[in-house]
Design a protein. Structure first.
Length: 179
């Protein structure tokens, strides 16, 4: 991880997370390769979990498979991922695992390089631009975009998993008229 990525995540924490609220936080791709975000989440109200496909430093949960993490649906309030997305071969399947694990109303922050030299851990597949970040967060997952921007070497996407009241209303109406 590089310094600018850490700074972008620090800015996310300060702007979007309430230090007095109990939060369960998942860091996707948390294996410590030259630094991690863990100390940014050092708060007695927050539970930080590092998840990755391999065991190692800063990994609490080893995912079953790259695109089937074996996590309970809607179990995290916040999901972060920094300097991981560029190493993912199937970005749609990966982002759908985030969608699955994130609670309704939960926040996601993804930081990925938009420009950087090749660095295989174990593969290096992509550089992410705002349109690509928007596609993954909004088009694939249906998240509400809070902010997408480029700063220094990083493309940052911050979004919220929306409530789906229309689906609930349709279900209630269907149940009423079935009776």
């Amino acid at each position: 991880m590089h310094e600018s990525s850490y700074e972008r995540m620090r800015e996310f924490v300060l702007k979007y997370l309430n230090p007095r609220k109990k939060l369960k936080i998942l860091d996707v791709g948390s294996y410590d390769v030259g630094g991690n975000y863990k100390k940014l989440f050092d708060n007695p109200n927050w539970e930080y979990y590092g998840g990755d496909i391999a065991s190692g430093p800063n990994v609490d949960t080893v995912f079953k498979k790259p695109y089937d993490w074996g996590l309970k649906p809607e179990s995290f309030d916040v999901i972060i991922s920094g300097q991981c997305l560029e190493h993912v071969e199937d970005t749609k399947e990966w982002i759908m695992q985030i969608n699955k694990a994130l609670k309704t109303g939960g926040l996601v922050c993804i930081i990925a390089p938009w420009i950087w030299r090749e660095h295989k851990y174990p593969v290096d597949c992509w550089r992410i631009l705002p349109d690509g970040m928007n596609f993954l967060l909004k088009k694939v997952c249906g998240f509400k975009i809070l902010k997408i921007f480029i700063k220094e070497n990083d493309c940052v996407g911050i979004a919220k998993k929306p409530h789906k009241p229309i689906k609930k209303i349709k279900k209630i109406i269907t149940q009423i008229f079935k009776k």
